[in-house]
Design a protein around this ligand. Structure first.
Ligand code: AMP
Ligand code: MG
Length: 440
């Protein structure tokens, strides 16, 4: 602990210990007041962004790189296709050759190179993907031909130069930027990386994330419920939400409301993880220990802990070095909404992903909507009409305990606070979690 420097005594000559006590108390009161200032979600998001650090890159074999995020640009090291390739099974010919009869001088399969030259009057039988032999400049598909012993009759009047041939570099040109850093390696992207011969590939290291549900009332799903108990659902919701994001879940578990245990857990995980996600224990109750531990830890800085947001008002955000600590509220909906608004984008930004945010669309309310005194992120259903008009309605009761309010939702409807209710037809914005539904 750094030595405490007592402030200079004032003229009233207050005894030193009293001065110290008063000053500490008022300092921490000021700090707490600032922490408890209700912040708009955008301000909170900006604070989180300021504390993110970029993950270093690592080389992984292509076979293990599915859904990872590219750490460097992929520039084409060569042309693709690297040779003029046939797009059809057929016959490689000289296009300008007018005669329908050609003598077959060889078979050209994919993966081999036949050492022949095609001249007028001759042809090579060729398969899709095989290199077009020297001299030939077009391929006549097999369907337009008729075999006659060692000859073939071409039933096609005009053969265009280049017909059914993919020229060198027609898919990818050497030097082209194929994929920028930050691209998520889905099926097509990883196929292109393989195609370019890049293996292993440099990707962002996945942030290590642990999840802890806190609360004396929590029981393991599958175990019997005692009086006053409920089952821990947040851990499963959060790890499932995390599974779709660029991260590695290093631990998930639950802990009772016991200070030493929670403190021990946080201490240990701060050494191991990039992101710590807890749920519960951040509101105003006397057993809201996560909030207290974070605030009291010398080497942890709490950046905010109250948001002008519904659900999710008591979200705590703290850092220790590069480790981010998100103390999510315990209510199941609040924890998932705050995950969506703060943790998901943080993980994506840390990984250097190009697509950090979900799309926001302007939608028209189908029904009257009361809104609340805070910015509300209601679980909603956005539908697209036949003319492309987007409409939205909420999924029903929006209590932060009602996890079922997420069922069927494809959006979070952003409802700014307002005295009077929102009326049908009014436009609001919707954070899209999935594509709009077709309007029924
Ligand atoms: P807290 O934030 O600890 O005050 O909890 C707020 C509400 O969420 C309480 O009703 C808790 O019982 C409930 N809750 C807390 N943690 C969980 C959890 N892991 N799973 C389900 N409900 C929870
Ligand atoms: Mg609790």
């Amino acid at each position: 602990m750094p030595p405490f420097e007592p402030p200079r005594r004032d003229a009233l000559a207050i005894p030193e210990e009293v001065t110290v006590t008063l000053s500490q108390t008022s300092q921490s009161h000021d700090a707490e007041r600032e922490l408890d200032r209700m912040r708009p979600p955008d301000e909170a998001r900006a604070i989180v962004e300021r504390h993110l650090s970029r993950m270093p890159s690592e080389l992984v074999p292509l076979a293990d790189a599915a859904w990872r995020i590219l750490a460097t640009d992929i520039i084409a090291p060569e042309d693709h296709p690297p040779f003029p390739a046939s797009t059809m099974d057929g016959f490689a010919v000289v296009a300008e050759d007018g005669s329908p009869w050609r003598e077959i001088i060889g078979d050209q399969h994919a993966g081999h190179v036949l050492d022949v030259e095609v001249t007028e009057g001759y042809t090579v039988r060729i398969m899709t993907g095989a290199p077009v032999p020297r001299g030939a400049n077009a391929v006549v598909p097999v369907e337009a031909t008729e075999l006659a012993e060692d000859h073939v009759v071409i039933h096609q009047e005009d053969v265009r130069i280049g017909a059914n041939v993919r020229p060198v570099g027609s898919d990818v040109r050497k030097g082209d930027l194929i994929l920028p850093a930050g691209t998520t390696l889905g099926p097509a992207e990883i196929g292109l990386v393989a195609n370019m011969g890049v293996n292993p590939v440099a990707v962002a290291r996945r942030p290590r994330v642990c999840v802890l549900s806190t609360g004396d009332e929590l029981v393991e799903p599958g175990d019997p419920l005692g009086p006053g108990q409920i089952r821990d659902s947040n851990r499963f919701s959060l790890t499932t939400a995390l599974a779709a994001e660029p991260c590695e879940i290093t631990f998930s578990g639950k802990a009772p409301d016991r200070r030493e245990e929670l403190e021990g857990f946080l201490r240990e995980r701060m050494e191991l993880d990039d992101v710590i996600v807890t749920s519960g224990g951040v509101s105003m109750g006397d057993l809201d220990l996560i909030k207290a531990i974070l605030f009291d830890s010398e080497d942890v800085t709490v950046h905010f802990r109250r948001l002008y947001l519904k659900p999710g008002k008591p979200l705590n955000f703290a850092t220790r070095g590069d480790t981010l600590i998100f103390g999510l509220p315990g209510n199941p909906v609040s924890s998932l909404v705050t995950f969506e608004l703060f943790i998901r984008p943080a993980l994506r930004r840390m990984s250097g992903a190009l697509d950090v945010d979900r799309p926001r669309l302007r939608v028209r309310l189908e029904e009257e909507n009361p809104g609340s005194d805070r910015v509300e992120f209601q679980r909603g259903i956005v539908a697209a009409g036949p003319d492309g008009t987007l409409t939205a309605r909420s999924t029903g009761r929006q209590q932060s305990s009602r996890l079922a309010s997420f069922l069927g939702a494809n959006a979070l409807l952003v409802i700014p606070p307002r005295e009077r209710p929102y009326m049908p037809g009014e436009e609001i914005s919707a954070l899209m979690l999935a594509p709009p539904r077709a309007a029924s």
